[in-house]
Design a protein around this ligand. Sequence first.
Ligand SMILES: Cc1cc2nc3c(=O)[nH]c(=O)nc-3n(C[C@H](O)[C@H](O)[C@H](O)COP(=O)(O)OP(=O)(O)OC[C@H]3O[C@@H](n4cnc5c(N)ncnc54)[C@H](O)[C@@H]3O)c2cc1C
Length: 376
Amino acid sequence: MRMAPTVAIIGGGPCGLTLALLLEHKNIDYIVYERDESENSNRVGGSLDIHPATGQYALREGGLFEVFQKYARYDDTVFTLADKLGKRVLQTDQGRDAPEIDRSDLRRILLDAIPKDKIKWGHSLKSATVDEDNKPVLQFTNGVVLSGSKLVVGADGAWSKVRLIVTQATPQYSGKSFIESKIGHGNPLFETMASKAGPGMFMSIGPGKLIITQRQGNGSYKNYFGLQVPEDFFHNGTVDLQDVEGTRQLLLSDFYADWSEEYKDLIRHATDLRAWPLYSLSTEDMGWKSVPGFTIVGDAAHLTIPNGEGVNLAMTDSLKLASKIAEYGIQNINQAVQEYEADMFPRGVATITAGKVMENVLYSGDPQASLQIMSP
Ligand SMILES: Cc1cc2nc3c(=O)[nH]c(=O)nc-3n(C[C@H](O)[C@H](O)[C@H](O)COP(=O)(O)OP(=O)(O)OC[C@H]3O[C@@H](n4cnc5c(N)ncnc54)[C@H](O)[C@@H]3O)c2cc1C
């Protein structure tokens, strides 16, 4: 069994790395344990908009705002809302203070600000338990076992292993899933797409379905096909995303047959398919009794349907937790956690509620109804 750091952070996503950055600044001993094999592991997921009072604020506190500005894309803050025939009902201007950054760029700038020996790659947490003295014990799938941390922070996302020791809350399937796809530079549709969709995000809504098109940092596009499907849709034989042509045909015939040809072209040329079943915790889950030695942050704490706030709130959790740890010191770290959690629960309730509202409106098929919650 190896000795553990004072604070063991499980997960090197935006939340875990922001916490690491802030603890580094405050000179508090920590290590991040990430299941990816290396920093170059293939990362999925699209561009993220970083908001002034939350994500940007955390980066400022960590001294990273100027670096962030080098990657921040203000031209990609354009937001267009349309119906299934392509009729636009809303278009915002460029330059909103919610610049986009690729997930991979955000990870890179955070990693560059943390000493390399503070992150342990290839460490997938198997279980978090306590020993006979009620002290945390961490077991990783690579055989490493750690004990002795004063605090274990679960920043391990939707299916957090640390959450299991903190609360019985379990994410529930929303009834909605995305199929993510890509139109890259070599794609025959790329030039047409670049001229028609342009910068930013283009969201199109039809009854029970939607399509989100989002320009990435390198100019390529990610398209998300939002479907109302059963939880086992990707496993019950209905669809095999490895069979790209078969998936395209299914989407064209069973889901988007009455959408305009321009949208169908996005399906006909879709590549790099990936499933994103959407899960959420419940507002009723927000309020557990603090467990000494453990806490959770970001999606692990308040997973919700994507509503444009997830990464921002995740970074805010890290900021609040780091501040509380610095305020109370390692000797009173459980008090710090209790106050962090009491402050986090209302944020969790708000974001889960917002996710639910957004989900209902987006799949209502009425882009006009979405205006109320979409207008920036
Ligand atoms: C399709 C989609 C689109 C989205 N779009 C947006 C958006 O536009 N704006 C926005 O703000 N939010 C968006 N979100 C939400 C956003 O991605 C999350 O809220 C955010 O990534 C949460 O950060 P996190 O660090 O808490 O979790 P994650 O980003 O999930 O990171 C968790 C990390 O923990 C690691 N990990 C997991 N399990 C273990 C383990 N057992 N051991 C060790 N490491 C582990 C993972 O490899 C990962 O690096 C979107 C989500 C989805 C699904």
